[in-house]
Design a protein around this ligand. Sequence first.
Ligand SMILES: [Mg+2]
Length: 296
Amino acid sequence: MRDGTGCPAVDRDRVTVRFSRSECAPCLLQRHTVRIPVSNLWNCDPARVRALLPRVPLRAYLPDVIRKLVLFDIDGTLLHTHGAGRRAIHAALQGEIGALAADSRVRFDGKTDPQIVRELLDEVAHADRDNAARIAAVCERYVELLAVELEAGTCRTTVYPGITELLDGLEARHDALLGLLTGNVASGARLKLAAAGIDPDRFLVGAFGSDHHERAQLPPIAAGRAEPLMARVPTGSEIVIIGDTPADMTCGQGVGARPIGVATGSYSRADLDAAGAFATFEDLSETGPVLDAIYA
Ligand SMILES: [Mg+2]
């Protein structure tokens, strides 16, 4: 059965029609794609389908062919906010609790936002250091202040070399799902990405500091969130974690994830190798070798 345009008839609520190679293109052009079964789409030429569709709907409906969940850390890996995050979190702590060590020695990299706040409180032996509600309130205020910091004319958020090309390269494939695995609370992650000119919606899966204060708890959360898109919970080397700290290299051990290190943050390749990296790079500017490591 066909409609007046020559395309197969489509029930808007549930697409049941089977597309042949010749039929799929005009239908996809009409956006009759939302609920097309994978088996039907896969009868089409994937390159042709990809060219016709926005990337998100297509990628979401090709779970059988998604081989990798590629999870990116943000700070030190994708971008650098030049201290905006640190300034905002310090100001939030001062404003909400009025407590901050004059010469704080707490490192931020590799940690979740709630973990950072807790350590800053611990540094001054504050009574609320184990108070999850107070820590959450500081994180909420932090995001408000982060937005101000990132919009300030004095602040510039920069993207590291090769990031744009790597994200484009992964999206150009039909077998990778882009995701985030970051200690940032989710709203803070979006702000930083947007400030860097990276569309946060490119990442279809995410696990954040707002999900759990321990980074090692985040990979299983991300894997679980990928299930609807991959038709399975990915495990082992199906999951790739790209980050700039030893914590990024070790956090996925519980699910057997493949860690790839990049030395654009504060740690060297040797540090990341020592933490168990599958591969390390000075930066991610050589897209080919990075893709090789992801898919090896
Ligand atoms: Mg980082």
